[in-house]
Design a protein around this ligand. Sequence first.
Ligand code: C2E
Ligand code: CA
Ligand code: CA
Length: 787
Amino acid sequence: MLFGASAGVSLALIYFIDPASFWIALPLTIILLLVAERNHNLTMIHIRESKLLELSQRFKLAMDSSNIGLWELNGDDACYLDGRAAGLHGYPTTENEFSLSRWLEAVVPEDRIKITDFLTHCTQGEETHSEVYRVQLRSGELRYLRAAGSNYSTADGARHTSGIIWDVTSDMQVAETLKNSVYSSHVKNAELELALQELSSREHDLMELSRRLDFALQSYNCGIWEANLSTDHSYWDRRMHQLYGLDYTTGYTDRATWLNCLHPDDREKASADADRCAANNEPFSSIQRVLLQDEEVRYVRSVGSIHIDRDGLRKVIGIAFDITADVRLADELKAAKEEAEARNAELIEAKSHIEHNALHDPLTGLPNRRKLDLELDYLTSSPVAAGRARFAILHLDLDRFKQINDTLGHAAGDATLARAAELLRLNVGDAGVIARIGGDEFVILISQVTDKYIVTSIASNIIAAFQHPFDFQGFTCRCGVSIGIAFGDAQDNDARKILINADLALYRAKAMGRNRYEFFTQNLQAEIVNHKRTADEILAGLEKGEFETWYQPQLCARTGEIAGMEALVRWRHPTRGLLTPDKFLGIAEELDVVQALDRLTLQSALQDRRLWSLKGLEIPRVSVNVSIRRLHDAQLLESLHQLYIMPGEVVFELVESIFLDDSDEQVVQNLDQVKELGIDIEIDDFGTGHTSLISLLRLKPKRLKIDRQLVMPILGSPQERALVRSIIDIARSLGVETVAEGVETMEHAAMLKDMGCDILQGYAFAAPLPAQEFSAYAMQQELRRVS
Ligand code: C2E
Ligand code: CA
Ligand code: CA
């Protein structure tokens, strides 16, 4: 009896380890049993026989319920696949006369080498080998099969190669999907090389993991179980006990023992799975966590199906196997996937951060020039362009920004820009895109303009907002803004062209006195083209010597002697004739050629004066008009040194607006050094600006030159007369001389003399004269005075 039981268990083990030899071992065992138990009566033999048959039946059922097929190689090309194995390959289950080539036919071509290698390994030793391969079913579906097998010898010494095959599609698909999703989430970010590097190392990890999976599958240990539904008793084989961490005694167990092996959280579900199987005649399928020693957890998949045995008892027969490695692999892949996704998110974040930085100005956070270019391209090249009627570009330039930056430092400059950005954001809102495109230059792009009024109201709101002074570390700062506006049509205009137009309008706004907005017009364009041509002509004229210096005498009010002369530029234009400064000076100023004219005038004045001196005609001094640009020139002193100017010989006439607008460091420094050279400073056009007399006098000018607009009306207007008188009085009290310009008649001269004015200049004596005529005039004047 005992022998019979142990023979049964041995058979079961043989069946599992080496199913092919089971069929050989089974009759052998029966014969052995018959011999060993020959003293027992026939009844006993029948009982044993039937038990063995039952046992074999149980294993067959276990194989059926888990759909494990058998294979065997029978030399050369011949082989055996049982019905299940044939079915797994998509062949009819009745087909069992197989050839190796027929077997391989079902395998996808890429996996055929793998499977022949596997079979070769199996024939070479008793070690168990295992391999996964894919079968292409007629439906087009791919099925993953795992084959395990080895070489063994039977009792008669013959050697056989055989093994089992089962379906692992669902497990492989999970692994494959995870593998793919890890892969694809990386590929998504293919542009980022970084991610690709990451991916290749991840792929390496995946291969490592799949090797480990192979290894785990090699030691695939299936346990077999049978649960009697009417008694709650179960039979578990040794492997089942091993799997659930139990010691093997009788092989019999019950539901409570089973559940007790499980993780408390899994017990309820496992129990419910079993109940559902029993109640609905459903196949049993469940994954459970088995709690082992030291808190170790083993994942076990258990599958089975209902079977009614000969006695009419309902049983569930099935197998269970360790899927810990698979679960761990899936977990690792899931973690890898999550990590890859997180990394992706990080990379996307980093990418957008980098992109943002490349397209935005760090100080104000506004889009920069590059971003504006992209917006302009988008505006006219995108399909949306067709649907848009008109767009507007506003080009803004801060007034007095340079002064704030130069006098209060860069921190103040930065604060001014940040405040400007804030004011623009407040006033533009969602209506347009604001970009900072240069030091103190901004552009507003309004891509959909239905009404011109919207644009003008934005522009005037901005100008009004900038009027308010703001505080920077206790200093009150004022910074205005000039705006040029141009409109374009998204369908026909190049947006960049419109930006240039806005720039031209801005230039006009600045020329018109700043703190205002101007629109681009066709006239403006024509005017600018004209200006540009004039500027080119000025430059050419300078080279060709078309500029002349004329002189107007200045007389001492008391003695009538020539006290000096003012040098005034004239242009002998090749086609337009002789031009006075009002025809070209504005343009020269805008286009930065005015310094060259100033330098030329001073040079020729000094040259003429020295020439006349050689001839015996002494003109005490020469006054030259100096433009603000010249005063900004860092090379001014250098060029003055080269002229060997004698102290008192030269007077610089500076208009008062110079001191109003640009009390810049360079200007102040240049002025001090100019004075050190012995050059006198005169404030020209005095009385027209708004600078207080006191603040001008702080610059310690030698003279004030009262503007002709104040001088000319003194005969008829008592107010102007009083004004001129008080200017003269105040200047005198401060030790500053006065010059009156625009002295048109001798009556003017007499009145100014009475008021105490020191020097007189005007048509009453002479208009500006060419050098030759001036020297003749001066000679005559000298003669007349002497005689
Ligand atoms: P300004 O400095 O006020 O020069 C005096 C202007 O008044 C001269 O005009 C002169 O012709 C005019 N004028 C002289 N006497 C009388 C008079 O009795 N009545 C009237 N109504 N006008 C008189 P001009 O030569 O056309 O010069 C105009 C302006 O051009 C000058 O005004 C000066 O600011 C500027 N300018 C002339 N030459 C130069 C130069 O070489 N460099 C610079 N930067 N500016 C110059
Ligand atoms: Ca002048
Ligand atoms: Ca003047």
